[in-house]
Write a protein that binds this ligand. Sequence first.
Ligand code: FAD
Length: 424
Amino acid sequence: MDMGRFFKSLPILFLGYFIHLAYRNITLHSFLTITTMQSRYFKEEHALFRQSVRQFITREVVPQTEKWETERRIPTAIFRRMGDVGFLGLMYPETYGGTEADFWFSVVFLEELARCGMGGFATAVSVHQFMAINHLYKAGSEELKRKYLVPAIAGKKVAALGISEPNTGSDVSAIRTTAVRSGDYYLVNGTKTFISNGTYGDFITLAVKTSPDEGINGISLLLVELDAPGITRTKLNKMGWHSSDTAEISFDGVSVPVSNLIGTEGSGFYYLMESLQLERLVAGIMAVSGAGVVLEWTLQYLQEREAFGRKIAKFQAIRHTIADVATEVEVAREFVHSTCWKFSEGQNVVKECSMAKLFTSEMQKRVVDTCLQFFGGYGYMEDFPISRAYRDARVGTIAGGTSEIMREIISKIVVDAVDYKKVY
Ligand SMILES: Cc1cc2nc3c(=O)[nH]c(=O)nc-3n(C[C@H](O)[C@H](O)[C@H](O)COP(=O)(O)OP(=O)(O)OC[C@H]3O[C@@H](n4cnc5c(N)ncnc54)[C@H](O)[C@@H]3O)c2cc1C
């Protein structure tokens, strides 16, 4: 075992243990079961952490499902709670309040997040930790990290990521939001749309054109406070992910200090492309876990529901379809875990992350649709979580890069032998 890594992950191990103690409802038997669970990637400390996250979500998130879905948002206090127990800084150094645990702790966290059965909540939290503040950590100045990364890891500030615009999403080079330098400030004008955590977020990592004539070399990232004068936020209504807060945000002459530039001017496109790998891997991890939990609900229902005098689990037509579903989920999980391993080893995984996003989001859509069928009419009822899972899964092949764009990237690598370089 890599002892350096083990010691780095000790704070998480103890954190998990104390959460166990706090909740006091774990039996010695289940404690032993989780601590002895082994896999090629997950060690005992990961199993312990998994149990902690699962308990937190079972206690603090799942009971709120109806409320948050109806209100179309989650309270920002839940970020604070997650920050308090150390869930929001898993990849980030202790100096900024993080735990700097190995990547498998993040994998565990995301898998458990997706099991909550509320895609909107899982998205809000994953966008905050793994997408919006990642750029700040990787390329931001020390001053920016102290001012924004530290409170974000503590859950005191909520972060958003602003790339997509009304006229363009897939083609990032076509963004029109501009940031024109004026003394020690940039003046930002433009509109972003579909922005997760957009209405209640405290700050946004914003993709802007600082040199509109220079194509992708004219794109930069700015950190913008979302209550700045000149910003208007409008909540959007969605088909699913109801508990996530998605907004259109317009910027009308918004003044942003030059010191809020993340990294160097003109490098924004490259930062975005690099971080999209993590974003797509995160989507893959959550898609597999989300599909897996739907399979679990379905297996349970098949044992309860009867038709023609038998449990419906006994019908061969259903059993064989379930066998296909279980196979898809397991194969996807193996591929995603192997990609996580390559990612954690610092390998260039543009192809694998694109494949993981493509395959798992399409798979989740198929799996949820197939499983819903076996709930019969109940599957179509709001009271059954599978109807929410069905709505939530639909966006998987769109948000964070569509399936068509994943195929474009994969074909460029496979057919044209394009070699995407690492940026960070
Ligand atoms: C709920 C939700 C949350 C989101 N959260 C965020 C967020 O927090 N921040 C953010 O910046 N964005 C966010 N997005 C935006 C998301 O990433 C974009 O919707 C996505 O990238 C697609 O962009 P688009 O909607 O503009 O579609 P378009 O780019 O207009 O594409 C339309 C269609 O054309 C296809 N297409 C485009 N180009 C090609 C091509 N070269 N070859 C083949 N087909 C092509 C697409 O695949 C798609 O089917 C979110 C979206 C949703 C729905």
